[in-house]
Design a protein around this ligand. Structure first.
Ligand code: NAD
Length: 368
């Protein structure tokens, strides 16, 4: 059964990690290492079944292959899940046992934080393996990726505005921003600094809404009202799946561009956006700033360089829009195509990533 699934998904390797004493049940999925070692976070979640955990890790790791490829990184796609409740089941032994499994892969898989995991958990993983990104800055880590994700999203936004309207003057447009967390608030700040004509915001957390209103002059609207405002751009920066059958008729914006993952409920919604002439900036291309930032840790982290690299997101979006036009396909499909084309072209140049690859020796530990 599993191999049948892997035939379809195209994964290279799936590792089941088990340590009874530490209570570890984890799965590491390496989807594709043609471009480089597989990089992707570890998620801890109380999965109801092993099948659910397996599905999730296979889906997420495949997504990382596309995201990393489109971001122009020399990085492949992978992901890990730990089955357990982050509120109850965490321990030093658990994360160190997990770290040993990551280490056993010799750099084919490099981990990072994801849902349910924080920088303190990663400290334990780091004791067992150097194949970790997003560790504390004292170890040469890059710290919170959110400002980079927000700045990268702004680059993606400018490319999208340019495509749709022929200019990228933020000050000419009105924005609806859903979610004012780590990324959303910074994004609102960047929009304000560039003189956005109007910013509507919403969040479950009233304190964040007040902050956006007081500090950045945004207008607060209710959670459900964000779809109805007469914005030019809808920027989802909270949850996935908000562009769906129920919201599509309400969204007035002619551009959708934001940082949230998995914005489209289904591919059919993406097709419909395209039919309606609403320009959708593919989420994983827009929000790649975070992964581009941690990827730099592998070469020796440099914050200024990381900020400069964010400009690539502008060009990636432009390329995606060109492919959509060239092939007559919706933008979400064009993003996948860009990723596939890059893997194919670069894959012809060199062999897949192997254990012992020396390209990433310059990283964190030992400072060599
Ligand atoms: P966060 O948890 O800091 O912020 C999310 C915010 O959304 C919170 O303030 C929350 O209250 C709000 N929210 C939740 N449900 C809402 C709803 N129904 N309506 C309005 N607001 C709601 O998360 P974040 O790090 O800012 O990430 C935001 C999104 O961007 C997520 O989808 C995340 O997967 C994606 N993303 C983040 C990064 C990063 O660097 N942090 C990188 C890539 C993608």
């Amino acid at each position: 059964m599993i191999f049948e699934t892997l035939d379809t998904t195209g994964h290279e390797q799936v590792v089941f990690c088990h340590n009874k004493d530490a209570g570890l049940k984890a799965i590491i999925a390496i989807h594709n290492t043609v471009l480089g070692p597989a990089l992707g976070g570890t998620r801890m979640w109380p999965y109801q079944s092993e099948a659910e955990a397996l599905n999730d890790v296979l889906r997420l790791s495949r997504g990382m292959t596309y995201k990393n490829a489109v971001a122009g990184l020399n990085i492949g796609g992978g992901k890990a899940v730990i089955i357990g409740d982050p509120a109850k089941d965490k321990s030093e032994a658990l994360f160190r046992a997990f770290g040993q499994f990551v280490d056993s892969l010799g750099g084919r898989y490099i981990t990072a934080e994801d849902v349910g995991i924080d920088v303190n958990d990663m400290e334990y993983v780091y004791r067992e393996t150097e194949y970790v990104t997003g560790v504390h800055q004292v170890h040469g880590g890059s710290g919170d990726p959110s400002p980079f994700t927000a700045y990268g999203s702004l680059q993606g936004l400018m490319a999208t505005l340019n495509r749709k309207f022929g200019d990228e003057e933020i000050s000419k447009y009105k924005f609806a921003v859903q979610g004012l967390g780590h990324v959303g608030m910074e994004y609102v700040k960047l929009l304000r600094e560039r003189g956005a004509a109007k910013i509507w915001v919403t969040d479950i957390n009233q304190a964040l809404v007040d902050k956006a209103a007081n500090e950045y002059g945004a207008e607060a609207v209710g959670l459900d009202e964000i779809y109805d405002v007469p914005a030019d751009v809808y920027s989802p920066c909270a949850l996935g799946g908000t562009v769906n059958e129920k919201t599509i008729d309400r969204i007035k914006a002619s551009v959708i561009c934001g940082a949230a993952n998995n914005q489209l409920a289904t591919n059919e919604i993406g097709d419909e956006l395209s039919r309606r002439g609403i320009l959708y900036a593919p989420d994983y291309a827009v929000n790649a700033g975070g992964v581009m930032n941690v990827a730099l840790e592998l070469e020796g982290y440099n914050r200024e360089r990381a900020m400069r690299n964010m400009r690539a997101i502008y060009h990636n979006l432009t390329r995606i829009f060109e492919i959509a036009e060239r092939d007559g396909i919706p933008t979400y499909a064009a993003a996948d195509r860009l990723g596939e084309e890059r893997i194919e072209a670069i894959g012809k140049l060199k062999l897949p990533q192997r254990t012992g690859d020396t390209r990433f020796e310059g990283r964190i530990r030992g400072g060599h």
